[in-house]
Write a protein that binds this ligand. Structure first.
Ligand SMILES: Cc1cc2nc3c(=O)[nH]c(=O)nc-3n(C[C@H](O)[C@H](O)[C@H](O)COP(=O)(O)OP(=O)(O)OC[C@H]3O[C@@H](n4cnc5c(N)ncnc54)[C@H](O)[C@@H]3O)c2cc1C
Length: 445
């Protein structure tokens, strides 16, 4: 049942992924009553490692969860870009503690199950109830009602649909479906004990190391996870998808992986040689939709269901966390007077979130081909750019120390290049909650 004129809403969330858990936690923290309906029998925890950039780790800190997270995250000093064939370093992208100096918060690498378990524990502690084994089958977005697979009909003040890239709930307000992207990823994790068996793979387990080996038509990303218990390895190959749209995270053939590694250096081959099984992700995204919300304001999309983007900016999960942080501000009882205000508030939430997500989508597309360029002039120019960028930040650091990173450049939401200082500042230095509060204040005027 809806809660009438109460400022505290009865909220139903569909899906207990990163977006659903984060939205539930953020809204319950504001005093709303939240129940999650998750179709799986337990948390769906497939997937390997995720990068959490400072715009995302800021939110974790704002929710007071950092002490639990630091026990399981890895905090790389830099991401080292290496040549695929000879393992030579091409460049280094600064992470920790430089991210904190520059953007106020660290850069983390986290095992997806750890992220989901920590969000789930925090949500449960805050009072969120999660109903596992309940698939939502249909939704009336104008009424704010939904039906479950056991034929239960539920009505609430607000439905937050966070059912992922293949969202069924999205069809309640938009005909847009996910489309595949011409790139595949193979993802796996290797236990620490196996990695330590060989000095060459053991060296990679240092928690502050993060690597990307770039080659023609293939790139490999590797870093330690789960407080050093696992090594995350990902192979990305740009090629036409041979899988129907909507099939992600499928069991993969390791022989297919090996066939792309013939010219790679020994450490890469050795790590992949330790992999027992891996998953193949045919990448995809959800094209821009007209609105994340229904006219009634009783239904809103969050996370990948609203706006899945390709992973090349490491920002999909971050966007889910940002959606949650923003939604909570638009429904903060200190400025929100109850259900009658939902249509305006949810429209404002959409207007606030979509331009940023679309900007980051463009940046992710821009980044997409960079790591897998064929050998030749474009690749040489890229390597020169990375080497030059690395020399520049290292020289500045040597001359000025920490201050080299504290020259707070002005964030530019229109920067086309994610690697430009202004572009990075907009993506990584963003304070979603503070910006959302400003947006709320402007509608309240
Ligand atoms: C290869 C790859 C690498 C990535 N790397 C990064 C990275 O480094 N950093 C980053 O920030 N992001 C990254 N991402 C993106 C990130 O993984 C996603 O953006 C994020 O997982 C989306 O979370 P979500 O909660 O919206 O969706 P999901 O995680 O898909 O969760 C949806 C949930 O809804 C449930 N559900 C579905 N339908 C129903 C239903 N009908 N009823 C009830 N429940 C339902 C599902 O069971 C699931 O639990 C990467 C993605 C890929 C593919």
């Amino acid at each position: 049942m809806g809660s009438g004129d109460s400022v505290c809403l009865d909220v139903k969330v569909i899906g207990a992924g990163i977006a659903g858990l984060a939205c539930a936690l953020a809204l319950q923290r504001k005093g709303h009553t939240v129940t999650i309906y998750e179709k799986g029998p337990e948390l769906y925890e497939d997937g390997a490692g995720l990068q959490l950039c400072p715009n995302a780790t800021r939110i974790i800190h704002q929710w007071g969860l950092q002490d639990d997270f630091v026990k399981v995250v890895n905090q790389p000093k830099v991401m080292t870009v290496r040549r695929y064939s000879d393992n030579d370093t091409i460049g280094e992208i600064p992470h920790n503690p430089m991210s904190e100096w520059e953007y106020g918060y660290p850069h983390w690498q986290i095992y997806r199950p750890d992220l989901q378990n920590l969000l789930a524990a925090a949500a449960s502690k805050a009072g969120v109830v999660t109903m596992f084994g309940h698939a939502v089958l249909s939704i009336d977005a104008e009424k704010g009602s939904m039906s479950l697979d056991d034929e239960t009909e539920l009505t609430s003040d607000l439905i937050v649909a966070a059912d992922g890239i293949g969202s069924r709930a999205r069809s309640a307000i938009s005909p847009v479906t996910a489309k595949s992207y011409n790139e595949s990823c193979f993802r796996a994790v290797v236990p620490k004990a196996k990695m330590l068996q060989d000095p060459e793979t053991a060296r990679l387990m240092a928690g502050d190391l993060s690597m990307v080996w770039v080659g023609p038509g293939a790139a490999v990303l590797g870093y330690a996870l789960a407080g050093g218990e696992l090594y995350n390895i990902l192979l990305s190959i740009p090629r036409s998808s041979d899988t129907e749209v909507g099939r992600w995270n499928q069991p993969a053939d390791l022989a297919e992986v090996q066939s792309h590694l013939t010219d790679f250096c020994t450490p890469v081959k050795k790590v992949w040689g330790l992999v027992d099984s891996c998953a193949k992700w045919e990448l995809g995204d959800v094209p821009k939709i007209d609105s994340y919300v229904s006219r009634s304001g009783k239904f809103v999309l969050a996370g990948d269901s609203a706006h899945a983007i390709v992973p090349h900016a490491g920002q999909g999960g971050a966007m889910a966390l940002e959606d949650a942080a923003a939604l909570a501000e638009f429904l903060d009882p200190s400025t929100f007077s109850g259900p009658a205000e939902l249509p305006g508030r949810m429209q404002a939430y959409h207007d606030f979130r979509q331009p940023r997500v679309e900007h980051i989508r463009r940046m992710a597309y821009g980044n997409a081909k960079t790591f897998t360029l064929p050998n030749g002039p474009e690749q040489q120019q890229r390597d020169k750019m990375w080497a030059g960028m690395t020399a520049k930040w290292k020289a500045a650091y040597e001359q000025m120390g920490e201050d080299a990173f504290k020259t707070r450049v002005v964030a530019d939401p229109h920067a086309a290049d994610i690697r430009s200082p202004k572009g990075r500042a907009y993506v990584q230095g963003y304070d979603t909650a503070a910006e959302a509060r400003k947006a709320v204040a402007s509608i309240a005027l």
